[in-house]
Design a protein. Sequence first.
Length: 135
Amino acid sequence: MRTLPLLPSQNYKPGRFAVRQVTRMADTVIPIQGSSFQDEVVKASQPVVVDFYADWCGPCRMIEPVIHQLSKEYQGRVKFVKVDTDANQEIAMQFGIMSIPTVMFFSKGKVEDIVIGAVPSAVLKSKVDALVKSA
């Protein structure tokens, strides 16, 4: 849990430090680094959805709740991971990531589908459904 300063509209009083608490979503989406990509994605025994993102990316933040919701819905059937493209540029280059967010759908270590940009949740859900059926 992180603490952030209160906004003026949230009972802020000058000269007094106040914080609001922000709870993070359940960690059903695994953040991975370059060294674990092979094991977590390519060698995975189940289908994998990879969210390539960056912290500063507005559209990435827009689809983050959708990715988390899908990860809960498909827990145990599909693995969801996220890759910070700023911290893992070699992985981004390996897969030709030119725009973020990019969501890649892997089955048996191979890319089955790709979605680029912030898309409606129904689009991502239909891609995950197709991934589950093909596995």
